[in-house]
Design a protein. Structure first.
Lengths: 398, 185
């Protein structure tokens, strides 16, 4: 059912209480960005005092993807430098921190381990609490860092490594409604760019190329739309793209610029359609999860009309930067009477501000970790949901 | 310890300090082995040491594992550890390669003087090819050797670079194989 009528609730859009101040250093090193940030919660408002990200795009450029060993090698020598820069930019020292938050998984284990060990060294030496953070919780809680969004809300996490719908109910309370059963869309964009001779990262390159393309010329499948629920699949799109490319090349002995643009446009439209339809279903499931009690799922926000209330679909992850996908999601939200919320791009992609913030959120409800904190390559956010990926001896990936 | 180093390292250090009646704040520097050796193990200790150095405002001093093995042994001696895949990490003190090297055992033994003393778990690999080489136990426990070498460097008063892992072996990454498509004009 559409969320037509807006009920009024008198809840301020803030996190925490007046007079409460918590300052955290955050560290992130789970993929190919080394990052450190200082975030402060004061009087119910979050403020990013600094956010430093040292990327590794050039390091992996020749390999067509992130090489875990190369990433780990870079992280271990950059983490403390990023921390120093983040503290400098914030004009603070470790003595001013209330705790240290670090990504403890999921991710490339060599990098996660480097981050966890650096954080342990910092926490031990400075005598500060250590808080291990799930990288996905960092993304999922970002709308509270940027917009003070109240629980619950719907989150679409869509990046190079992840794709899932979550109901975010609390700092450590997530219900997964569905997600990809194979590749993440960001990975598919990268592969598309690679197959078409476009530069990495593939997302921006494919989007730029698609502007001159006709999304209807080459037919791409819309995987899993014929099945109920919010699960998705993107690996078939890569195969479809490869076949369409090879067919075009077999015909003419090569690819024209127009072929390439049309392939990009067709692929992008398929991803956008799948994400849009699954978002529509996820919004419906959000309502059903709360017995269609509109008041329970509406979140206050301020717009030009003053304070309004609506259910929220928030996005995070690099794929959320794609303007065609974003427009499709905005349309879905408009139709459903929901509000679409996308944090600024630099907080959508991997960063340490979200880790510092998730650390503050955990810390506020008593979350602490010991010096035996383990780095976890796999760590599903919703521990109760059935595993969708990699349910083997190593445990569920997502 | 094959697994669990990342979980065990900091509690172990805290136990060690407590046993010595000391706290983190009593330290003047942190010594850390930089390898060559197990990549993940080296990164675990280097990352922790750099974090400790930053929070304690003291230097972290990186010490080569081969140099630590050879500490206080009579010269000449060759420190050698098993790098697997038929290779060894080696550093000579008075004989053999002066800087840490990754080599095949065959190439290494070709230039070693008769009866040379060896230290480290690579000794057996070399002795299989050259039975004349002698195997010595280290003179000091390994972590103690790291700390002694670092203490001497700290006392020298010279600025100490941040410790960085010494891998010697490259990351085994192959460039992307698929050629990009031919673009028609």
């Amino acid at each position: 059912m559409p969320y037509g009528c807006y009920l009024r609730r008198r809840v301020p859009a803030t996190v925490g209480a007046m007079g409460e101040t918590i300052t955290f250093l955050g560290l992130e090193s789970s993929c190919d960005d080394t990052a450190a940030a200082v975030v402060r919660l004061r009087d119910g408002r979050a403020e990013i005092l600094s956010s430093v990200v040292a990327g590794q795009v050039a390091l992996h450029a020749d390999f067509g993807g992130v090489v875990p060993e190369l990433a780990a090698r870079a992280h271990v020598e950059k983490l403390d430098l990023c921390v120093e820069e983040a503290l400098d930019q914030a004009g603070l020292t470790l003595e001013n921190m209330d705790g240290i938050a670090v990504t403890a998984g999921p991710g490339l284990i060599g990098g996660v381990m480097a981050g966890v060990m650096c954080a342990k060294g910092l926490a031990a030496g400075a005598g500060l609490p250590l808080v291990g953070v799930n990288h996905l919780a960092g993304h999922a809680l970002t709308p509270r860092l940027t917009d003070g969004l109240a629980f619950p809300y719907l989150m679409l996490l869509v990046s190079g490594g992840h794709c899932q719908f979550l109901i975010v109910r609390g700092p450590e309370e997530f219900s997964r409604l569905g997600g990809t059963i194979d590749d993440a869309p960001g990975e598919a964009f990268d592969k598309t760019a690679k197959l078409l001779g476009l530069p990495q990262p593939g997302g921006p390159a494919v989007e730029a190329e698609a502007r001159a393309g006709d999304p209807r010329r080459i037919a791409f499948p819309r995987p899993l739309l014929d099945r109920p629920g919010c699960d998705m699949s993107f690996s078939g799109l890569k195969t479809a793209l490869l076949r369409a490319r090879d067919a075009a090349m077999a015909e003419a002995g090569g690819l024209t610029r127009q072929d390439r643009a049309d392939l990009c446009a067709g692929f992008q439209a398929a991803v956008a359609d799948v994400l849009a339809e699954k978002s529509r279903r996820a919004l419906k499931l959000l309502g059903e999860a709360y017995g269609n009690d509109m008041e329970a799922i509406q979140t206050p926000y301020v717009n030009q009309n003053g304070q309004e209330y609506a259910p929220v679909l928030a996005v995070a992850g690099g794929v959320a930067a794609n303007s065609v996908i974003r427009a499709a999601l905005e349309r879905v939200c408009d139709e459903a009477g929901a509000r679409f919320l996308a944090p600024p791009l630099k907080l959508c992609t991997d960063n340490a501000a979200m880790i510092a913030w998730a650390g503050i959120e955990r810390f506020r409800i008593g979350g602490r970790d010991g010096m035996d904190l383990a780095a976890r390559p796999r760590w599903p956010l919703d521990q109760h949901a059935a595993p969708m990926l990699g349910a083997g001896k190593r445990g569920a990936k997502a | 310890m094959a697994k669990g180093q990342a979980e065990r390292l900091m509690p172990l250090l805290e136990e060690l300090l407590a046993e010595a009646g000391a706290t983190w704040r009593d330290l003047d520097a942190v010594a850390v082995g930089i390898g060559p050796g197990n990549f993940t193990g080296i990164r675990i200790s280097v990352a922790a040491a750099r974090g400790l150095a930053l929070s304690l405002h003291i230097p972290a001093i990186g010490v080569g594992t081969l140099e630590a093995l050879a500490l206080d042994l009579p010269r000449p001696v060759l420190a050698v550890t098993d790098a697997r895949r038929g290779e060894v990490y080696a550093q000579g003190f008075g004989a053999g390669p002066a800087e840490p090297r990754l080599m095949t055992a065959e190439a290494l033994v070709a230039d070693l003087p008769p009866g040379l003393a060896l230290v480290g778990d690579g000794a057996a690999v070399l002795q299989a090819l050259r039975p004349d080489l002698r195997d010595l136990p280290p003179a000091r426990p390994f972590a103690e050797a790291l700390a002694r070498i670092a203490a001497a460097r700290l006392a020298s008063g010279e600025p100490q670079p941040r410790p960085a892992p010494l891998y010697l072996r490259s990351a085994d990454a192959a460039p992307a194989a698929d050629p990009p498509p031919v673009l028609l004009p």
